[in-house]
Design a protein around this ligand. Structure first.
Ligand SMILES: *Cc1c(COP(=O)(O)O)cnc(C)c1O
Length: 245
């Protein structure tokens, strides 16, 4: 079993932060404008506690149930959802996540608006865009995302802050650059067309975050470069799905 100690986590964290700072410097950006989301999916609460002791403040998870179970076991942190949100889990998601990076349909926007109205929980929202137009991928495409921004504005009250992307897998990080640039240019165009303020760009993972920072990322979502090879932690008892309605 892997041992998660603060010292080795700190070394990996410092390495990642140095690389973010260097990439920001190359692009003439302030490194403080790039926030690190430590993607702790599959890693156990001990790993998360090591991360929190090392100074991580934002944790990213891709499953609502797993995140709720961990949040109950770990020290205080800001939890971000980076994976797909099923419509029947919106209520639970809003009880924990301060930011949802992966809003991928218009009906989901409606559900979030409704639950937000009922509960007063108002997460920051990013729309996930499949910039390369891969048919197998979730997310809006560069055309449908326009309708989503307009819909979010029309619904009112939603805290829409930007766009997120997971580009296609490539062997070289440099090959992702055009996708990151495309997301930034799409954001610029959407702001001009709709008047929405979309300051946040969530892009870049362990393999390509430096290129993403050079292209304007404000959130990088990093898992394996911080925690190591993916683990397999699961909540002991899965919550009844009826609970999520
Ligand atoms: C798992 C995941 C990450 C982190 O990936 P790494 O390659 O481990 O850094 C980032 N974003 C999303 C949406 C993920 O699901």
């Amino acid at each position: 079993m892997e041992v998660y100690d603060t010292f080795s986590f700190q070394q990996r964290l410092d390495g990642v932060l140095d690389r973010i700072a260097a990439a920001a410097a190359r692009a003439g950006r302030d490194p403080a404008d790039v926030r690190l989301v430590a993607v702790s999916k599959t890693f156990p609460p001990e790993a998360i506690d090591a991360a929190l002791r090392a100074g991580v403040s934002i944790l990213g998870e891709n499953r609502v149930q797993e995140a709720l179970a961990k949040a109950a076991l770990c020290g205080s942190a800001e939890w971000h959802l980076v994976g797909r949100l099923q419509r029947n889990k919106v209520r639970h998601a809003l009880s924990l996540f301060t930011t949802i990076h992966s809003v991928d349909t218009i009906p989901l926007l409606h559900d979030i608006a409704r639950v937000q109205e009922e509960t007063g929980c108002r997460p920051r929202l990013l729309l996930e865009v499949n910039v390369a137009g891969e048919s197998s991928k979730i997310g809006f495409n560069p055309k449908t995302v326009r309708d989503a921004v307009r819909e979010a504005l029309a619904l009112g009250g939603l805290d829409l802050v930007g766009l997120m992307t997971v580009p296609p897998w490539v062997p070289e990080p440099e090959m992702s650059r055009r996708h990151f640039r495309a997301l930034r240019e799409l954001r610029d165009a959407l702001q001009d067309e709709t008047g929405a303020a979309l300051p946040e760009l969530s892009m870049g993972m362990s393999g390509d975050f430096e290129v993403a920072v050079e292209e304007g990322a404000t959130f990088v979502r990093i898992g394996t470069a911080l925690f190591g090879k993916r683990a397999s932690w699961k909540p002991q008892r899965s919550l009844d799905t009826d609970d999520f309605v």
